[in-house]
Design a protein around this ligand. Structure first.
Ligand SMILES: NC(=O)c1ccc[n+]([C@@H]2O[C@H](COP(=O)([O-])OP(=O)(O)OC[C@H]3O[C@@H](n4cnc5c(N)ncnc54)[C@H](OP(=O)(O)O)[C@@H]3O)[C@@H](O)[C@H]2O)c1
Length: 301
């Protein structure tokens, strides 16, 4: 993901290679990235962070605490930290880094080809200028949405962050079904990929509700009606909803795990986390906060 951001920033000429310092533990990977992008690569996270205006944290959640302890207490005011680490909430990040100017973001895998969807939240200490810097950085990954309530980042993790996994599973299932019918696998693959891409582009271009588009292809007594009957009998919508809620609960658990690891929680531990469908209140409050967000804060590319 860090490489995707570097590539996107350089491709868009938003910064020059001389303005980027990357840190990476493996010497051969450092050499590879330095050779490919002309950026300076170092072994020490602290060395990379020292003197930087913006610090991007792009390590796995299980590496975060180690890296955080290396940087904690060494950051100076006015440095902006942008994290893309799944589940690491602002409470964890600010406490681990002993630093208040933090942006927590959640991109997704299509970011690797500049077509991602990133939802991000900035702590109140982040200035307007720093928000612009964060926006430019994250737009290197595709479309971005700034939210004014951090709970939306948790929710987005379950929708857009995990979303590609749902889509790939559906893609795989449809390809297998087409193979079962008798298509060669490579043809089944192309039929499904083009159908998914074309349908998405069509929905985007027409801006119609998906139900309207679906009704357009559902003639009385026809093939789509027969297929949709099977999907509804199999509880497709309910299963998808359950999947999103499970992912949301897991996101909160990851955050709680990190908090517990840092001794930040006096109260309920992970096992006692109880977020269910009846827990609508926080979601509603967050929705109201999003609705109040100025339109300029909800920008894509
Ligand atoms: N991939 C996605 O689509 C996606 C989407 C949303 C959020 N995220 C989040 O983005 C973060 C990065 O994910 P990723 O997919 O890019 O993972 P990744 O490919 O494993 O990248 C992590 C990088 O951190 C490096 N690293 C390991 N230990 C380090 C240390 N002590 N100090 C500095 N760097 C270290 C790794 O180096 P080595 O290769 O040498 O081990 C690797 O280059 C994760 O927290 C993930 O939750 C990813």
């Amino acid at each position: 993901m860090a490489e995707s951001i570097i590539a996107g920033l350089l491709r868009g000429r938003l910064v020059g290679p001389g303005q980027i310092v990357g840190s990476e533990p493996r010497p051969e990977r450092r050499e590879e990235l330095a050779g490919q992008y002309g950026v300076r690569m170092v072994a020490s996270n602290l060395e990379a962070a020292t003197g930087a205006d913006v610090i991007l944290l792009s390590v796995k959640p299980q590496t975060l605490t180690k890296v955080g302890h290396e940087l904690g207490g060494h950051l100076r005011p006015n440095q902006l930290v942008v994290s893309i680490v799944a589940g690491a909430n602002c409470k964890v990040l600010t406490s681990l880094l002993e630093h208040r100017e933090v942006v927590r973001s959640m991109p997704n895998t299509p970011a690797q080809i500049g077509r991602g969807m990133t939802v991000w939240y900035a702590t109140p200490e982040v200035t307007d200028e720093q928000r612009d810097q964060a926006r430019v950085l994250l737009q290197a990954l595709g479309t971005d949405l700034e939210v004014e309530d951090e709970r939306f980042v948790d929710m987005a993790t379950a929708v857009s962050g995990t979303g590609p996994a749902y889509v790939f599973l559906v893609m795989e299932a449809l390809i297998d079904a087409a193979v079962h019918l008798g298509f060669a696998r490579h043809i089944a693959h192309d039929l499904v990929i083009e159908t998914l891409e074309g349908s998405t582009a069509f929905a985007k271009a027409t801006a119609q509700h998906p139900a309207v588009l679906r009704n357009m292809v559902t003639s009385p007594g026809g093939t789509s009606a027969a297929a949709i009957h099977e999907l509804e009998s199999g509880r497709l919508r309910t299963v998808l909803s359950e999947a999103v809620w499970a992912s949301y609960r897991r996101t909160l658990e990851l955050g709680a795990d990190l908090e517990n690891g840092l001794g930040l929680n006096e109260g309920p531990d992970v096992g006692k986390l109880d977020v269910g469908k009846s827990d609508r209140e926080p979601a509603q409050a967050a929705n109201e906060a999003l609705a109040k967000a100025p339109a300029g804060r909800r920008r894509g590319r």
